[in-house]
Design a binder for this molecule. Sequence first.
Ligand code: GUN
Length: 298
Amino acid sequence: MNIIDGKAFAEKIREKVKSQVKILKQNHNIVPGLAVVLVGEDPASKVYVKNKGIQTKNVGMNSFEYKLDEKVDETKLLDLVKKLNDDPNVHGILCQLPLPKHLNEDMIINTIKPDKDVDGFHISNVGLLNTGQKSMVPCTPLGCLMLLREFVGNLEGKKATVIGRSNIVGKPMFNLLLSENCTVTVVHSKTKNIEEICINSDILVAAVGRPNFVKSSWVKPGSVIIDVGINRISIEENGETKAKLVGDVDFENCSKVANGITPVPGGVGPMTISCLLANTLVACCRSNNIKEPQELTL
Ligand code: GUN
């Protein structure tokens, strides 16, 4: 069994982004800029946004952060998005999800200029990906695909199962694997006999948001598992209750059956931020009619 080291691979991508940012500055006097909008006080979102800001600056890009009150008016948020759409120093815009309930998430995402939609959530990017055209690709599935290409190599003809059907991971993951000529099945909470489908799969991508959902009896010997889940659970250790981060896969037992598996933490998570930086660089190149670095896109 091999542990797929997403942390190390993510670091390699960041180094590539960093050197391309340097070249952009030297040759064109352009600095890519990423704007991140955070609404409210969700603790997990605050941590992600903080990390995104740090890593954006670490690769030499400009980071613009906007923190809005939980109760912000929808018009005010839309006005901010429109202002960022028109700002030539901003090449990527990300609105951290989930948004508070009173805001129309779809409308806000679809107000972001598609060329600056580094999350790849705008309906035109979704459509482009779905029809196999050049688009901004959602960061987490893009990170999963990069890990699979690196670890498995050619994915053609592989049987892949995506567990979960979210717009953020499951659906774009399905499209990406299909583009690689995999035979793809999507399973979800209402699927009957998930185990039977999973056990025949060469590749499993788990993105359901339920701790230890995938059991070792579902895993085909020699297969590869990508665990997208980030679940905070409480465990008892020496009479103390402790918080622990676990994925959607029972790592301890599944790792005995699979050939490769991503850990949590240190697997897909770091890849997501690296892919966000790569997407921002690509968006910056495209908006300036500069050839984008091929190794940072699909
Ligand atoms: N919340 C959880 N994952 C994501 C993501 O990839 N992008 C945004 N904008 N919000 C998220």
